[in-house]
Design a binder for this molecule. Sequence first.
Ligand SMILES: [Zn+2]
Length: 401
Amino acid sequence: MTQIQAKSIKKLKSTRIIGHVSSKETGPTVVYFAGIHGNEPSGVEALDQVFKQLKASELQVTGSVFGIKGNLPALLEKKRFLEHDLNRIWTRSGIDKIEQKSKPERSVEENELSELHQLISDIFATHAPPYYFIDFHTTSSPTLPFITINDALINREFARLFPVPIILGIEEYLEGPLLNYINEKGYVSLGFESGQHFTEEAVKNSVSFIWLAMIYCGVLTKEQVPDYKKYHDQLNLAAKGNNIFYEIIHRRRITESDDFKMLPGFRSFEKLEKGITMANHNGEQITAYKDTIVFMPLYQAQGEEGFFLIRKIPGWILSFSAFLRKIKFDSFLALLPGVSWSNGTRDKLMVNLKVAMFFNKPFFHLLGYRNRMVDETHLILNNRERTAKNEMYKDAFWFNK
Ligand SMILES: [Zn+2]
């Protein structure tokens, strides 16, 4: 890859950049983020280990790999964040506002965002496609390792290479995660939650994930990584053979002033029977409203989601929705009364609420629409499929033509 490195890449090498290797040949470019939440250092530790191994082994990569630390001040204090959640401020308008402020005007996390934003722009400017972004996290409760993605087919196809469960649709519930910003640019990006905070298992799972991802992105070959099978087995075992697709059906939203307490003992992916008491929220007992599966129950003080509920997505729905998207079935939607494209690029649909009543949410999900923003009379639906840069990945072995 090009020898010219942008200023921010050079400058940050010792602090924010955990590791960086490049070859003379162009692309792919893999960017790993870790520690976007300061109380989740497992990814940082894992990247550190892998880059040391990479350097010691003198393995020749094809393309480039970056390991980047997220929230530096919060990592030092082992806190999720200091002023704002760094994984909730990556909205287009939010970024513009932050970039207009001078450094002293910015909050701790706004400053972190600004540095990361510059770094990402420099990577795009100096390193070749296809681009892959992977963001490492851990959870406050015990969990199987799992992947979260925005629901574009390129993300699904790439994510299913890993032997862990995959969660679709979190983007409808979270405002401003880093990966949303990357996804809106159309690149493959996935979040990997490797286990519970500060556990050895979470580091091990992250190490395995980093190696597998380098192989699946085409930066290394399987032959170059003799422990390939060991890494694959590690994740498969940790995930207990679960590589099912799930979607989020419910979020318990909490605010800073709320009194929320999850009852002890819940684990992500645990099946719950209807009626079981899960939490106390402002003096009210919260029970499961149906037989369901709990996801990311909150066992820490900081966070805006008390818990989620999820359900399995049947295989035929995954195939059917892939088919509908490939034939661009949604082109016909704009012919319906009350439905129109909200911009020229056909990635946002404006739907009159009176009409929307006749369609349910899963119908729009099938076609790749998520993230509804409601004004008084209309919904705006974003389509991940229309923004996805499929062309960039068409030569990848995993790309489903
Ligand atoms: Zn996190």
